[in-house]
Design a protein around this ligand. Structure first.
Ligand SMILES: Nc1ncnc2c1ncn2[C@@H]1O[C@H](COP(=O)(O)OP(=O)(O)O)[C@@H](O)[C@H]1O
Ligand SMILES: [Mg+2]
Length: 201
C-alpha cells in the first residue's frame, strides 16, 4: 500500500496549480515528485529542530497549527492554517471542514480529563491512550497536506509532557502507520496501540 495524493472538493480558493494536483508552493515547483522530495527534506530539517524544543503549546488545535506552521514554513504560504477543502484518500473521507474544530475540542477535553497523560508510567496504558489520540486527530486531518508529520510531533510532545517516555516513530514503517491509521479510523485501535508501544522507549 502506498500513501495517496488527496482528492479534494473545490470549496472556495484552489490551493493547487490549475489543472493539477500539485499544491502551490513557495518554491514554485510544479512537478509533484520534485515537490514531495523538497518538501520532505525541508520539513525534516524543521522537524529535528522542533524536536529539541520541548513542549511548545497547550495541546489545543492552535498548538497543532503552530507545529504545522513551523514544519512547513519554508514550503507553503498556508502553513499552520486549517484546510478549507473537504478531502479524501481512496474511499476514506476525512472530517468535514465544518466539524474539525468541534471534533478537536472533544479530543482536547478528553486529554484534559486525562491530565494530558501526565503521571502515566505503564507502557501499555500510555500506548493505548496515545493510539486513541493519534487515531482521532488523524481522522480530523486539519491540514491540506502534512498531517502525518504534524500529528507525530504533537505525539512526541505529549510524551515529553508525560516525562516517562520518548517516542521514536522511525521504528514503524509508513505502510504500518497507514494500516494502523485506517483501522483506527474505524475505531479499531489495537494495531495503532501495538505500533506505538513498539515506538515508545
Ligand atoms: N485512507 C486513510 N485512512 C486513514 N488514514 C490515512 C489514510 N491515508 C493516509 N492516512 C494517514 O494520513 C497520514 C498522512 O497524512 P499527510 O497529510 O499526507 O501527512 P504527511 O505528508 O506528513 O505524511 C499518515 O499518517 C497516514 O497513515
Ligand atoms: Mg503527505
Amino acid at each position: 500500500m502506498k500513501d495517496m495524493v488527496y482528492a479534494y472538493e473545490y470549496n472556495g480558493g484552489d490551493l493547487c496549480y490549475p489543472g493539477t494536483n500539485v499544491l502551490r508552493n513557495k518554491l514554485d515547483i510544479h512537478d509533484l515528485e520534485e515537490l514531495l522530495r523538497v518538501e520532505k527534506e525541508m520539513s525534516m530539517a524543521r522537524y529535528f529542530d522542533l524536536s529539541t524544543q520541548g513542549v511548545t503549546g497547550d495541546f489545543s488545535m492552535g498548538h497543532l497549527c503552530a507545529i504545522h506552521r513551523y514544519l512547513f514554513q519554508d514550503v507553503y504560504e498556508w502553513a499552520g492554517e486549517l484546510r478549507r477543502e473537504d478531502i479524501s484518500k481512496g474511499t476514506f473521507r476525512f472530517c468535514p471542514v465544518m466539524y474539525m474544530e468541534k471534533t478537536f475540542g472533544d479530543i482536547h477535553r478528553w486529554l484534559e480529563a486525562n491530565h494530558f497523560l501526565v503521571g502515566i508510567e505503564d507502557r501499555e496504558v500510555m500506548a493505548s491512550k496515545l493510539a486513541y489520540v493519534l487515531g482521532e486527530i488523524n481522522v480530523i486531518h486539519p491540514f491540506r497536506e502534512g498531517n502525518g508529520r504534524s500529528q507525530r510531533m504533537y505525539m512526541e510532545q505529549l510524551c515529553k509532557n508525560n516525562g516517562n517516555f520518548e517516542i521514536n516513530f522511525a521504528k514503524a514503517s509508513n505502510d504500518e502507520m497507514l494500516e494502523a491509521s485506517m483501522y483506527a479510523a474505524v475505531c479499531e485501535y489495537d494495531k495503532m496501540t501495538a505500533l506505538i508501544a513498539r515506538c515508545l522507549q
